[in-house]
Design a protein around this ligand. Structure first.
Ligand SMILES: [Zn+2]
Length: 242
């Protein structure tokens, strides 16, 4: 055996062990357009995370019991209303069993008729409230000051206040039970921009409102927030790669 052989073997072992320790993430998409190259460039850059994208309707099959436990974290970047009673029951069971959940941007608009989803996410963008005072609003291309809250769960480690050029939502229903991560003084935006919740004993959820376009996807603070949110939701420690 040559030294080169052993060095190559060691290299193989190290790289493959690292892959095995990566978090496995399911990214649910569909129901809303987005800048795919910019979004997946960001996803590819998140350290310690392996992901699989599933668009709807296939994405909803992952709520069923036969798929439970296949992923550490589900990342919702979808905007969908259709769901079967079986898929609803499967998701409710998954939350009871324990899973990591991260909801991004327009996932706040999904499942207007399903209160379990609203409560697990911690908020809802209200569509067709009938009453104009209840209807949520959106505005594109807004310069937003993002303030990092003094959150106690360690998720915000290393994050500092930053500015984004992204879409805002306003007049949104937010649960009183959420623990705020980010806020903004922008008068037309919802005041809390991101939050955490623990909707069941072994399930942690995070919602992040910014995330419409490339400016957010490329921002180092946004990427850091997303990576740390995914790790926090998984309940596992983030691996250091520096
Ligand atoms: Zn948007």
């Amino acid at each position: 055996m040559t030294t080169t052989y052993w060095i190559l073997w060691l290299f193989f072992l190290l790289t493959h062990t690292a892959r095995a320790q990566d978090l496995s993430v399911l990214v649910l998409t569909g129901g809303h357009d987005f800048d795919r190259p910019a979004f997946f460039e960001m996803m590819d850059a998140l350290p310690g995370i392996r992901y699989t994208e599933k668009p709807h309707p296939e994405a909803r099959e992952y709520f069923l019991a036969k798929h439970h436990g296949k992923f550490d974290v589900l990342v919702f970047y979808d905007m969908i209303q259709e769901i079967s009673p079986e898929e609803k029951a499967g998701f409710e069971k998954l939350v009871q069993k324990g899973t990591g959940l991260v909801f991004l941007h327009h996932a706040l608009v999904s499942y207007q008729e399903w209160d379990f989803y609203k409560n697990v996410l911690g908020g809802r963008y209200v569509e067709n409230g009938g009453n104009p005072s209840l209807q949520s609003i959106y505005k594109h291309d807004v310069a937003v000051k993002v303030h990092v809250e003094n959150n106690r769960n360690g998720l915000l480690e290393g994050l500092e206040d930053f500015k984004l050029f992204d879409e805002i939502y306003g007049n949104v229903w937010i649960s009183a039970a959420v623990d705020p991560l980010l806020s903004t003084p922008h008068p037309q935006s919802m005041p809390i921009l991101a939050w955490t919740q623990q909707p069941a004993k072994k399930t942690r959820s995070v919602y992040i409102q910014p995330g419409h376009g490339p400016d957010a996807f490329a921002h180092p603070m946004y990427r850091k927030l997303l990576a740390q949110s995914i790790f926090w939701a998984s309940g596992k420690a983030m691996r250091r790669r520096d």
